[in-house]
Design a binder for this molecule. Structure first.
Ligand code: ADP
Ligand code: MG
Ligand code: MG
Length: 431
């Protein structure tokens, strides 16, 4: 018997970007758009495709479609010139057909939602959110699961409550020990040599004044003993980044998205130093890439914090105070050109004659550090391509022509969002 309610007898499958419409009529694949009403009779003569049985759908070849984008809609009656008549004519059949169609639609919707969720989680997930604000009043700290802010540890507490376990790092100024404090892991830094005391104290002063999400958490210090206690970051410094990300347990993190996010973190730190509560600070302890990487730590969320603030001189434009990073001659193209001795090889280096410079030396170094952070995973080169212009500008010989950290940050975020959207829409098209 002919079912005159044609509305429930056909499906429209659309979904590819060109918005072509294909119609499945009674299990027969027409391959092009047709007038709905024309096929109403035909459709209703063989309504077996209305069955929720997926195998039948599969037999009609829908899954084999190249675009794999697959949606089904029941056409509303208003779209047809035959609407009222048809509706009146067959009340029994639609009631039977509707639950069957829902049976088809529901599993598909669930399947699609599940696939979206999985893909979003694997490819597009933002970094795990940081714990609730760790902001504490000055002189206090909170870390890990601590509920309340505690005052910085005193000399006495550092001496009696902190137990060094093993050495985990060392630089020119500090020797760093993984230590235990009240069953928590902490990092105890000890001055390596009294000659470096000024740098040590400068670093401590900066640590105290720059506590924020960009800087390692200070837990206490003792100037008499030349010790500083900070939060311990088990993933260590950025020097270990490749080794860490190559571990199989971190494969899902080793993506261009997460790596670009790290570059965003890095530039955010530079921006923070250039606009800090202690004025415009220059990250001087960065005369080559390995040295620079050793000053930043990787958090358990794979975000970055700066750890070593022992050489952060102040630029003060109003008093025309510029800086010099150290008193020795610098070489190589990692440092900015204005950091190099400008008077040729025949003139011996003289610190008094060496011109000073400003925070734009940090901008010069950003492309190299970011390129390291991006690494060589699938998509890294695509990101590099999008950052080409801004990185070129960072390498301007004239410092004033280089962009600000804010400009770079804006570009990085734009690229991150643009490429994420692209991946998202490609993913959707695949479904
Ligand atoms: P220096 O001032 O002598 O260069 P750093 O502060 O840079 O010393 O620390 C040296 C190294 O110790 C770092 O590169 C890092 O590997 C390790 N380190 C320092 N602080 C921590 C910490 N809080 N958690 C884990 N490792 C740390
Ligand atoms: Mg260091
Ligand atoms: Mg240092």
């Amino acid at each position: 018997m002919v079912n005159s309610d044609w509305r429930r007898c056909w499906m429209r499958v659309s979904g590819d970007r060109k918005e072509k419409k294909f119609y499945l009529l009674c299990g027969q694949w027409t391959g092009k758009e047709k007038e709905v009403g024309v096929h109403a009779g035909n459709c209703c003569r063989s309504p077996e495709w209305m069955s929720p049985d997926w195998l039948r759908i599969k037999r009609h070849g829908l899954w084999e479609r190249r675009h794999r984008a697959f949606r089904m809609n029941l056409e509303p009656a208003e779209h047809s010139g035959m609407g009222g008549k048809a509706q009146d004519g067959g009340r029994g059949a639609p009631r039977r057909a509707l639950p069957a169609a829902l049976g088809l639609l529901l599993p598909m919707a669930l399947l699609n939602a599940l696939l979206y969720l999985c893909l979003a989680w694997v490819f597009i997930a933002p970094p795990p959110s940081a714990p609730a604000s760790t902001h504490c009043p000055r002189g206090h700290f909170r870390m890990g699961q601590m509920k309340n802010c505690s005052p910085w540890l005193s000399c006495e507490e550092l001496r009696t409550e902190v137990r060094p376990l093993k050495r985990v790092g060392e630089g020119a100024v500090k020797r760093v020990f993984l230590s235990e404090w009240k069953e928590r892991k902490v990092a105890l830094s000890r001055l390596t040599s009294l000659e470096m005391k000024d740098d040590f104290l400068h670093g401590l002063q900066m640590l105290k004044g720059l506590q924020s999400k960009h800087v390692v958490t200070l837990l206490g210090y003792c100037e008499d003993d030349n010790t500083i206690l900070t939060e311990y970051y088990p993933l260590g410094s950025l020097s270990n980044l490749e080794a860490t990300l190559n571990l199989s347990k971190y494969q899902n993190v080793n993506t261009w998205q997460r790596r670009l996010q790290m570059a965003v973190d890095y530039v955010s730190i530079i921006h923070y130093l250039h606009h800090s509560p202690l004025g415009t600070r220059v990250m001087c302890d960065s005369s080559d890439l390995p040295k620079t990487l050793s000053q930043y730590l990787l958090t358990s969320n794979f975000s970055l914090v700066v750890n070593d603030l022992d050489a952060l001189p102040l630029v003060n434009r109003s008093s025309r105070t510029l800086v010099k990073c150290g008193h020795r001659e610098l070489h190589g193209d990692f440092v900015a050109p204005e950091q190099l001795w400008p008077f040729g090889e025949d003139t011996p280096f003289d610190d008094d004659l060496m011109p000073s410079y400003d925070e734009k030396i940090d901008i010069w170094k950003i492309p190299d550090v970011s390129s390291f952070l991006l690494g060589h995973v699938e998509g890294s080169d695509m990101v590099r391509f999008h950052l080409f212009d801004i990185h070129k500008a960072c390498k301007s010989q004239t410092p004033a022509e280089r962009p600000t950290a804010q400009d770079i940050l804006d570009t990085y975020k734009k690229v991150l969002n643009l490429l994420r959207d692209t991946v998202m829409s490609q993913t959707r098209e695949m479904l």
